[in-house]
Design a protein around this ligand. Structure first.
Ligand code: TXA
Ligand code: MG
Length: 324
């Protein structure tokens, strides 16, 4: 399927899985309530979890939000197109189905040629959550999206592997108290520098966004995250992990190992960017192998992605983290 066919499908009320620079999305035309409702059904997503709208041009905002405050304009100038989702007061036209009844709507302009082409050809805002079953790991590789969502009502656009691998940063600019609702590859520090003001993290204070709930992005098997220096991790693994019956992921390219069920995945490079790119691919792969015990190693030294990666690891493991 190409973007012209996919845009036609969207306009006919069908769902399209498409790549973005963060993760794959499962899109429907936002103005078509029936199509939007299908997203919730296909994902098994709770109706109270609102969707992000995807646009290709800022002129589309006029029909989606009441007002674009200067702070939001500033962020759009700096980070759009890109992995920053901005939450604003919604226009009355935007359906309650998209926003789960909230008076705000989250909007993002993806920085991916296929996503942009699709959105342009569709000519309308596209509501799209991550392309995965509710609670399961997001998808960053075409085959993972197909494996989770293949069914009659869904069409797929192949964009290979996504570049960033972590969902967008969500920032609420709908009132004066600007806050990050979900960390992403654009950090709070990046945003503070751009706006020259302090902003808040709402993660642990009030749940306004169901993505903030603890368990999320989880594989079927029991995931344990081991944090420490490489030697410490190695020792802990030797002493505690039955390597014959476990799936072990470290930083690096696990795909190259063509792994079989019990293979030890020895990946050692300390590279946060590639860790982010590959995290969900690894978790999806584990699910396809019916892995029961999954171990992920991590080093939490200071890096711009540390905070966001830890956030996802905590959720994927339901807090099952061992710090050495
Ligand atoms: O990178 C991304 O953002 C990907 C790609 C496909 O664009 N999309 C994505 O969508 O991650 P989703 O639905 O998996 O996550 C959207 C998050 C959810 O945690 C949702 O609760 C929150 O954004 N959200 C959406 N609208 C909101 C609103 N009006 N107020 C607060 N949170 C909102
Ligand atoms: Mg999601």
């Amino acid at each position: 399927m190409n973007t012209t066919q996919a845009a036609q499908k969207l306009l006919q009320g069908e769902l399209i899985v498409f790549p973005t620079e963060t993760v794959y999305g499962l899109g429907a035309v936002a103005s078509n309530a029936e199509a939007v409702q299908k997203i919730f059904e296909v994902k098994g997503r709770p109706q109270h979890n609102p969707l992000i709208l995807h646009i290709f041009d800022r002129s589309q905002l006029d029909e989606l939000v009441e007002l674009v405050p200067d702070t939001a304009k500033n962020l759009m100038d700096h980070f759009w197109p890109g992995p920053l989702t901005i939450c604003l007061k919604k226009h009355k036209n935007v359906s309650d189905l998209v926003t789960a009844g909230l008076d705000t709507v989250c909007i993002r302009m993806p920085d991916h040629p296929i996503a942009q082409e699709l959105l342009k050809k569709t000519g309308e805002a596209v509501a799209a959550p991550s392309a995965n079953l509710s609670g399961k790991p997001s998808t960053t590789r075409f085959k993972d999206a197909v494996a989770q969502l293949q069914q009659d009502a869904v069409y797929f656009l192949d964009g290979g592997n996504t570049q960033i691998g972590l969902e967008s940063t969500v920032i609420d600019c709908s009132d004066d108290r600007i806050r990050v609702l979900r960390p992403g590859s654009i950090s709070r520090a990046d945003i503070e520098t751009t706006l020259d003001t302090k902003i808040f993290h709402e993660e642990n204070t009030k749940i306004t966004s169901p993505g903030q709930l603890l368990q999320h992005y989880s594989p079927e098997g029991k995931l344990t995250v081991i944090i420490g220096k490489p030697e410490q991790r190695r020792e802990w693994i030797q002493n505690n992990v039955d390597l014959k019956h476990s799936h072990l992921g470290l930083v690096g390219s696990f795909d190259e190992f063509n792994p079989t069920k019990h293979q030890y995945l020895a990946l050692t490079e300390e590279d946060f960017k590639s860790y982010a790119q590959q995290l969900y691919g690894f978790l999806n792969w584990c699910d396809r192998q019916s892995a029961q015990h999954i171990y992920l190693e991590f080093s939490d030294f200071s890096h711009p992605l540390t905070y966001t990666l830890l956030n996802r690891l905590k959720k994927a493991s339901n807090g099952n983290i061992i710090r050495l």
